[in-house]
Design a protein around this ligand. Structure first.
Ligand SMILES: NC(=O)c1ccc[n+]([C@@H]2O[C@H](COP(=O)([O-])OP(=O)(O)OC[C@H]3O[C@@H](n4cnc5c(N)ncnc54)[C@H](OP(=O)(O)O)[C@@H]3O)[C@@H](O)[C@H]2O)c1
Length: 261
């Protein structure tokens, strides 16, 4: 019998993100902004998409000023099919390809179901679920055409763990995780990777937009140091830089010591 064949060693090289073309939705603040920054720092060309154009332009100036590669800013409301389609079209027209799609736009809102504000629910579900579906529908096609690429979906620990007060937000993030997993099954054999990112507490504009009362964060963190957007950006880069045959399907990133949720 021949000796055991070893496959130890370096394995395949990491994926080089230089020159890759990425779209990041929700790039005007928080996690999206940090992901865009991390991608640009690795030489990717990045479409920065969100509704607040002035914020996108300021980020673009900062990235280009830092000597990073090109950016494109696109005003896009992910709830609008026409906006999402145009965001993808403009990216492909500009650079001739798309390699990375980061579906990050979203927001939260907590409260007892019976006190829920139906308009707020609708806005949140339209953004976190319908907007995600639209982003994937239009953004994944160019990846499939080239039989390569990587999709990152920002879900949440709220997409794995239900909490009282989280009926609508947890519902939207359980949906986001389910959508990402179904997509992974549909496109993996066609060369496209899908990674679901599930953060715990990350300090960003999220808490202000969600109108968190002051006691919520201390309740969740119980003294633990919260994450910052750059912590999530590093996890995204980790997934993207894996060799093409390594699919990181899910990453849960909590503050060390966060036990709830
Ligand atoms: N922060 C956390 O603790 C946490 C934890 C788990 C998961 N997440 C998820 O991470 C993602 C990013 O959150 P964040 O913490 O970075 O919050 P954030 O700082 O409030 O950023 C949210 C981003 O989403 C964009 N956005 C919202 N509605 C949009 C729409 N209709 N069309 C296009 N863009 C829209 C916002 O841009 P404009 O307002 O300019 O459009 C903004 O850039 C969200 O999906 C969130 O659910 C956050």
């Amino acid at each position: 019998m021949s000796g055991a064949q070893t496959t130890a060693g370096q394995g395949q090289p990491l994926t080089d993100l230089r020159g890759q073309v990425a779209i990041v939705t929700g790039a005007s603040s928080g996690i999206g902004e940090a992901v865009a920054e991390a991608l640009a720092a690795r030489g990717a060309r990045v479409t920065l998409a969100a509704r607040r154009e002035e914020r996108l332009r300021a980020l673009a100036e900062r990235l280009e000023g830092a000597g990073h590669s090109e950016t494109l800013t696109v005003r896009c409301d992910v709830r609008q099919p026409v906006d999402v389609r145009a965001m993808v079209q403009r990216t492909v027209e500009r650079w001739g390809q798309l390699d990375i799609l980061v579906a990050n736009a979203g927001f939260g809102w907590r409260g007892p179901l019976v006190d829920g504000d139906p308009q707020r629910w609708k806005d949140m579900l339209d953004t976190n679920v319908y907007g995600l579906l639209l982003t994937l529908k239009y953004g994944v096609s160019p990846l499939l055409e080239r039989q390569r690429g990587h999709v990152i979906v920002l879900s949440s620990v709220a997409g794995r763990v239900v909490t009282a007060g989280g009926s609508a937000y947890c519902g939207s993030k359980f949906a986001a995780s389910a959508i990402a997993e179904a997509l992974r099954m549909e496109v993996g054999s066609r060369g496209v990777r899908v990674t679901t990112i599930e953060p715990g507490v990350v300090i960003s504009e999220f808490q202000r937009v969600a109108e968190y009362p002051p006691e919520i964060l201390p309740n969740m963190l119980k003294g633990a140091e919260p994450l910052v957007p750059a912590d999530i950006a590093r996890a995204v880069v980790y997934a993207l830089e894996q060799p093409a045959h390594v699919g990181i399907s899910e990453l849960v990133i909590r503050p060390t010591g966060q036990t709830y949720p």
